[in-house]
Design a protein around this ligand. Structure first.
Ligand code: EPU
Length: 431
């Protein structure tokens, strides 16, 4: 078992480079299935979720060359399977992108129902509605999805009942090589949707409107190889922004697209942190010891405040002056980290999708758990802001989504160590 040992309470200073966007990479890698020829993909974050996707492709017969830790050349011309490996598909959410990509290329896919972080029910009905509208037949039995087509996929107009990132991308993948025109209405607008469309267009697809709520895809016969670089990760950047506001100090978050961070910037400024936007970086500054002001947060699809930043900002509300209210507008259950924050002295009441934070003057160190990826990042921020030594367990969740987390934090002056804990073993303290 591995844990983080964190000695918190000191302000952080320095620069951090943001990696490529996880949620773009986990879609772009299976999207390579649609391409005949080698795709050189740069700025791939070196994290377990992404490495998992690459390994699945490799096991299905793709040729994969690692150029360096963030650049892969993937050629799916000779893919020999339409069934991604069971255990791997089951263990992560984004494996559902294999359905759209395999249907689009071969008209067939067989895959386990996806896993991933638990935020309450995570249906895929809108993905299925989209595939069926394009002419696929979908059977779900014994935890497996079997998707087939009789005579290929045909363009259609699909109105999504809810704004969903996954279904928007998945339908786009299926439609790229379908006959005719597909229109996705009420589409999600997240930056990584635009990135997936840009990747596909650079390989010869004809997708217009990504980033708006109507996406039009004109089917093309085939896609050709090429080279593409993934955008910076909006949520990784936001996490370091929240960190600077939590610990105090000054962090320049480099290699970002400041426009993608506007909702986070606005909330941090409202709370009293200083944010300076530059061309491709943002600087977040807060006087050590100064308490932030309360704020209310409602998470929404992009360009609203991202649900994937809710736990990290909540850590700030836990010690802000006064009472703050968070309303989760995307997932049914995204407050599992609250019990961990309470162990650190936070005063929080949750009622369904609403959480009320009574700001306390400081958090105290504790032994806590990472409940999921973003909750885990939030707990690390909390531990770094609390004076004294905390332990964070179940850190594999965090390492699914944050490249070189300990190295990047250490370079900012954080006192954090990853330690192996033998069963029943004692932890060494860090100072
Ligand atoms: N929904 C449906 N039916 C569907 C699909 C979604 O009702 O067929 C609902 C969901 O239950 C949810 C809402 O629509 O209430 C939005 O779900 P969405 O499909 O947008 O989420 P996702 O594609 O499963 C991605 C990210 C999540 C992020 C959400 C929202 C990936 C792999 N995951 O999930 O990221 O929270 O979009 O922005 O892209 C993370 O990175 O930590 C993470 C969880």
């Amino acid at each position: 078992m591995e844990k983080y040992l964190i000695s918190g309470g000191n302000p952080l200073y320095g620069r951090v480079d943001i990696s490529g966007a996880k949620n773009a990479a986990v879609a772009i890698i299976p999207a390579a299935i649609l391409v005949d020829g080698p795709c050189r993909i740069e700025n791939i974050p070196n994290i377990s979720d992404v490495n998992h996707m690459v390994e699945m492709l490799y096991k299905m017969g793709a040729s994969v060359k690692m150029i360096n830790k963030n650049t892969f050349e993937i050629d799916c011309s000779h893919l020999r399977s339409v069934a991604p490996p069971h255990d791997m598909a089951r263990s992560m959410r984004a494996s559902y992108y294999f359905i759209g990509a395999l249907l689009g290329r071969f008209g067939r896919a067989t895959i386990d129902l996806p896993g991933g972080c638990y935020f309450g029910v995570r249906p895929i009905d809108q993905h299925i509605k989209g595939f069926e509208a394009l002419g696929a037949e979908i059977n779900i039995e014994h935890g497996m999805i079997d998707a087939t087509t009789r005579d290929g996929l045909h363009g259609n107009t699909i109105y999504l009942d809810v704004v969903t990132v996954g279904a928007t991308i998945n339908i786009m993948l299926a439609a790229v090589r379908a006959e005719g025109v597909t229109v996705i209405e009420n589409a999600a607008k997240e930056p990584h949707i635009v990135d997936v469309a840009n990747f596909l267009n650079s390989m010869g697809a004809d997708i217009k409107g990504a980033g708006t709520d109507v996406i039009k895809i004109k089917g093309v016969r085939e896609l050709h190889g090429g080279s593409y670089s993934i955008i910076p990760d909006q949520i990784e950047a936001g996490t370091y922004m929240a960190l600077a506001a939590a610990t105090g100090g000054e962090i320049e978050i480099c290699n970002v697209i400041p426009k993608h961070l506007e909702s986070i910037t606005a909330k941090l400024e409202e709370m009293g942190a200083e944010v300076i936007e530059k061309d491709d970086s943002v600087v977040v500054r807060k006087e050590p010891g100064k308490r932030l002001e309360k704020a209310n947060i409602k998470t929404l699809p992009y360009p609203g405040f991202p649900t994937d930043m809710q736990p990290q900002l909540a850590v700030l509300l836990a010690t802000a002056k006064g009472t703050s209210i968070v309303t989760e507008g995307v997932w049914d259950n995204r407050y599992r980290y609250v019990d961990e924050l309470k162990r650190m002295g936070a005063v929080i009441q949750v009622d369904g999708k609403v959480a009320v934070y009574e700001g306390v003057s400081e958090l105290s160190p504790a032994s806590v758990k990472a409940c999921d990826l973003r909750a885990g990042a939030a707990i690390v921020i909390a531990a770094l802001s609390a004076s004294g030594t905390s332990e964070v367990e179940d850190i594999y969740h965090i390492e699914r989504g944050y490249e070189d987390f300990v190295t990047k934090l250490t370079a900012l002056g954080a006192r954090i160590k990853k330690v192996q804990v033998p069963d029943g073993g004692e932890l060494e303290r860090v100072n």
